[in-house]
Ligand binder design. Structure first.
Ligand code: C2O
Ligand code: CU
Ligand code: CU
Length: 416
């Protein structure tokens, strides 16, 4: 028997079929079954071992997006798992409560493998979450929402359309791998953990009745204080946790929408069970090294339709683009210099949680005040982030539009 101090998990990446529409089977991929994978629940301080088995007919890797672990356990393109092989990730959870996720990261096949279903959530709890007065009953008032756009063919198979121009937006939205999803609200306050798990689409989430809700967490964990919002923008890879108070709603049915897309139907079922008030202070967001950062680097993002470069270069696994000192804090200046058919880019850094210092020279908005691992940089924008490197090894930074990443909009840095 294993040491009780070690939390063990097993994930099998495999080929499956999923019945999104009654009577129609869609060829999919998934972890431990059909489309998507289980929520992996971790606790700060825990030693974790995750065995990943590759039952696909192709290479894969599995990357823990947002998890601060050393390069060898990060699951980037260097930790390829051949078909039929296994890989064992081992790490200690050292970061605060947060909602992270996992997905493949083998160079060139990420977009396809994620589109077909390889992704899942990671929840971290810490010493504060047990006693915090926030909704935390999984499936009752603490609800994951993995949001992904998809296109389907008439026979039920996915219609994944990519051209030189870009990716076609999906006509359908899957939430946790479900078409036309609804949620029956039974408590006054419900916490939704939103993940934009799409390959390339942005979402701007709001409620159909325009009611305000509270944003309580971003990528790296809780904000200092709950933030009143009417809408939340998430680019691919980003997360936000929100709490909706249904007790004041007159309508029995409200929708979570994004622009014109229906994301989730919310059905209020009779008398709502009471929920405690959300605390006015949520967590202390540790300021990353208040003293001067030791170095500044510039990252220029440029794209042409479906392909793009960072600092004029395409990804090369045999080239290390940046060398960083262990425990250094640096300013990274990320510029979207546009290009032909330019788009915004979600810039993601592995092995760290950073802070946004400025956006176009201005102080970031409160929703960007927490720790983050992915930040959206629109055409013409310049975002400065402060990054601390606490883990050794080889890591990636890249655009989280998965088609951009696969076509080389990615670089490597080594922390040593
Ligand atoms: Cu979510 Cu390098 O990825
Ligand atoms: Cu990542
Ligand atoms: Cu991009």
């Amino acid at each position: 028997n294993a040491d009780p101090g070690i939390a063990e998990f097993k994930l099998e990446a495999g080929i499956s079929q999923t019945e999104f529409t009654k009577g129609r089977l869609t060829p999919t991929l998934g972890y431990n079954g059909s489309y998507l994978g289980p929520v992996i629940r971790l606790v700060k301080g825990q030693d974790v071992s995750i065995v990943v088995e590759n039952n696909l007919n192709e290479w894969t890797t599995i990357h823990w997006h947002g998890l601060v672990v050393d390069g060898e356990n990060d699951g980037g393109p260097m930790q390829g798992i051949a078909s039929g092989e296994t890989w064992n990730a081992k790490f200690k959870v050292e970061q605060p409560a947060s909602t992270l996720w996992y997905h493949p990261h083998f160079a060139g096949t990420v977009a396809n493998q994620v589109y077909y279903g390889l992704a899942g959530l990671i929840y971290i709890d810490d010493e504060f979450t047990d006693t915090m007065s926030i909704p935390k009953d999984y499936g009752i008032d603490d609800i994951p929402l993995v949001v992904q756009d998809r296109n389907f063919n008439i026979d039920g198979s996915f219609d994944y359309r990519v051209s030189m121009m870009g990716v076609d937006k999906g006509d359908k939205i899957l939430v946790n791998g479900t078409l036309d999803p609804y949620f029956i609200v039974k408590r006054e306050k419900v916490r939704f953990r939103l993940l934009n798990g799409s390959n390339s689409q942005n979402f701007s989430f709001r409620l159909s009745n325009r009611a305000e809700f509270l944003m309580i967490a971003s990528d790296g964990g809780f904000l200092e204080k709950p933030l009143k919002k009417e809408a939340i923008f998430l680019s691919p890879g980003e997360r936000a946790e929100i709490v909706v108070d249904f007790s004041e709603f007159n309508d029995k049915s409200v929708k979570l929408v994004s622009n014109d897309d229906l994301i989730l139907e919310l059905v209020i079922d009779g008398e709502l069970e009471k929920s405690p008030d959300i605390p006015e202070e949520l967590a202390e967001v540790a300021d990353i090294a208040a003293d001067e950062a030791s170095n500044t680097r510039i990252f220029e993002l440029q794209s042409m339709g479906i392909s793009g470069t960072i600092n004029g270069k395409y990804y090369d696994m045999n080239r290390i683009d940046e060398r960083v000192d262990l425990n250094a804090t640096e300013y990274w200046i990320v510029r979207n210099v546009g290009g032909m058919m330019a788009t915004g880019h979600p810039f993601h850094v592995h092995g760290t949680q950073f802070q946004v210092v400025s956006r176009n020279g201005e102080k970031p908005t409160p929703e960007e005040s927490g720790h983050k691992d992915t930040v959206y940089v629109d055409v013409g924008e310049e975002v400065v982030i402060k990054v601390m490197f606490k883990k050794e090894g080889l890591f990636m930074y890249h655009c989280h539009i998965l088609e951009h990443e696969d076509r080389g909009m990615m670089g490597q840095f080594i922390v040593e």
